[in-house]
Write a protein of this length. Structure first.
Lengths: 285, 268
């Protein structure tokens, strides 16, 4: 019996070599289409549920109603989305600068680590929603509280990851460089920083998402601009489909920003992803 | 005077080293003394954990000695030396650099090369390629470390240790993790490199055949706390052949070193 199956497997293999027909799930094109299929199916089920159970529009609007609202008000939606994108990327840019600099400092010096890390943890555990009203008192209603909130949420994961990358340089490698007379900064620049790049880009994917949450929270709590404030206005007027349309746009923006950081990551740190598909060729190119 | 400095390139005088800040850590070296002539190939052998690697760190200034001093190139060692090349059991190549760029790393740090590198890149690259050819790595210059076998990575690591023409080459069991055939191949490559460039080499190893094949002089260390307890000169003509290590002279020498080490272990 067992021999039989063995033989069958062997025969099956040669056959598939001749025909070279791979199952659908292994095809590359299928993987590109798959996410769209999932999204389309979700909207379809949603639409069917709303229609089937006759759910009121102000409770849960149907995708059709949401798309209609999005199309009708596409100019103000895009305007608000743009404002949010600007505050988010500004906060994110500051987070990259200060998070990387702080990560280098904390990762390269045990003394700075010992001194600052507990304070940083304390700072990071503060719920940022609670800080927004204070920021509004300080800076007034406008884009600045949103920028600061997104920065505060985004810089911590970047800092921790860069610090980890730098602090875990192999001691032997440090010896090699120090025995060449390398300064501390040279060790960081030649080894620490490149080595922490995979950690850095992994953290960017987290950071961009939370930066986005940060600015939307700030706009919702007290803002007069941006997609968060737009959503709040729409729902206070019971224009629920419009609020959902804004939500949809937020999610699309998040996906776009995440995709951009992923692409940058793959270009910059191909050496760290040495999978058979792409890693090596990206690194070599 | 001039003769003295010429003859002794590395002078280690009665060095003790205790790890830990409060003086209650492990005593790794005690009253260790040795002298190495410029251009000499010296091997340090001893029972495992005897402080061979510590010896290397003291000589290169990576760890300060607790007592005693080291003089290299007639200067007291009080900071990491900048004239050293190092290779370890682990090749420690940088995965984001090609083999060629890995080998050229020291040139970006050591003066005067660092300031001439951008101007003279072509020449330096040619030098690195020559070195890689000498160890049989031609054609692999643009490969990444993970595309090389362990032996090839180790060859590249040795090239990296030599690219800046270091006056002192420190090898800490560089062939320890390789299979016997690769190891013997690398012994030959190492000998060729040494004959071609004549750096002063201190090789830490636990392979006695390796020590006999490569070294001019072999120092035997005692068990921890380590110090030099015996010393043998290897009278084999260069360039040596692998077969020589199986001839009576070498076999007897290995046997003798073995006895020294086992008595050093028993004494501990």
């Amino acid at each position: 019996m067992s021999d039989m199956t063995m033989e069958n497997v062997a025969v099956g293999k040669t056959k598939s070599n001749v025909k070279r027909r791979r199952p659908l799930s292994r095809r590359k094109e299928f993987r590109y289409v798959l996410p769209w299929l999932v999204i389309a199916a979700m909207f379809l089920i949603w639409q069917l549920c709303v229609d089937g159970f006759q759910i009121e529009e102000f409770v849960l609007p149907s995708p059709a109603a949401i798309f209609a609202a999005a199309w009708e008000f596409h100019m103000p939606i895009l305007q608000s989305a743009w404002e949010t994108a600007v505050t988010t990327t500004t906060g994110f840019a500051f987070a990259i600068l200060i998070g990387t600099a702080g990560g280098v400092l904390i990762g390269s010096s045990p003394i700075i680590y010992a001194g600052f890390y507990p304070a940083l943890i304390g700072f990071n555990t503060i719920p940022k929603v609670a800080v927004v009203p204070i920021l509004i008192i300080w800076f007034g209603v406008g884009p600045i509280p949103a920028v600061i909130t997104s920065f505060m949420l985004a810089f911590f994961p970047i800092l921790v990851n860069v610090a980890t990358g730098i602090a875990t340089v192999e001691p032997e490698l440090q010896d090699v460089l120090r025995a060449l007379g390398a300064s501390r900064w040279q060790v960081i620049r030649k080894v620490g920083l490149p080595r922490s790049m995979p950690y850095f880009f992994a953290s960017l994917k987290v950071a961009i998402t939370v930066a986005f949450i940060g600015s939307i929270v700030a706009e919702t709590v007290g803002g007069n601009k941006g997609i968060g404030s737009f959503m709040l206005t729409a729902s206070s007027r019971f224009e629920v489909p419009l609020a959902f349309a804004a939500l949809l746009v937020t999610s699309i923006m998040g996906i776009i920003m995440y995709t951009i950081t992923s692409i940058v990551e793959r270009r910059m740190t191909g050496w760290a992803m040495r999978g058979p598909s792409g890693g090596i060729s990206v690194a070599a190119g | 005077m001039n003769d003295m400095t010429m003859s002794s390139f590395v002078e280690m005088d009665d060095v003790s080293l205790r790890y830990g800040e409060d003086g209650d850590g492990t005593l790794a070296l005690e009253h260790a003394s040795m002298r190495v002539t410029r251009g000499e190939f010296v091997a340090v052998v001893g029972p495992s954990g005897c402080g061979k690697s510590t010896l290397m760190k003291v000589v290169t200034g990576l760890w300060p000695a607790t007592r005693g001093g080291v003089i290299v190139n007639s200067k007291e060692v009080d900071r990491p030396l900048s004239i050293t090349g190092m290779a370890f059991q682990n090749p420690t190549l940088l995965p984001w650099r090609t083999t060629l760029d890995n080998v050229m790393l020291p040139l970006e740090i050591v003066q005067p090369h660092a300031s001439q590198l951008s101007r003279d890149r072509k020449n330096y690259e040619a030098k690195a390629r020559d070195l890689l050819r000498l160890v049989g790595l031609q054609g692999f210059e643009s490969k990444y470390p993970w595309e090389l076998s362990g032996g090839m990575q180790q060859r590249a690591s040795i090239c990296r240790a030599l690219i800046h023409d270091p006056a002192l080459l420190m090898l800490d069991e560089p062939f320890g993790a390789l299979d016997m055939f690769t190891r013997e191949e690398l012994w030959l490559a190492m000998q060729d490199l040494w004959i071609a460039r004549r750096p002063t080499v201190i090789l830490v190893t636990h392979d006695l055949r390796e020590a006999v094949f490569l070294a001019d002089r072999i120092l035997v260390m005692s068990a921890r706390p380590g110090r030099i307890v015996a010393e043998r000169t290897v009278d084999l003509p260069r360039a040596r052949k692998l077969d020589m290590t199986y001839e009576p002279y070498a076999v007897n020498l290995v046997q003798e070193l073995r006895n020294h080490i086992s008595s050093a272990r028993e004494a501990a």
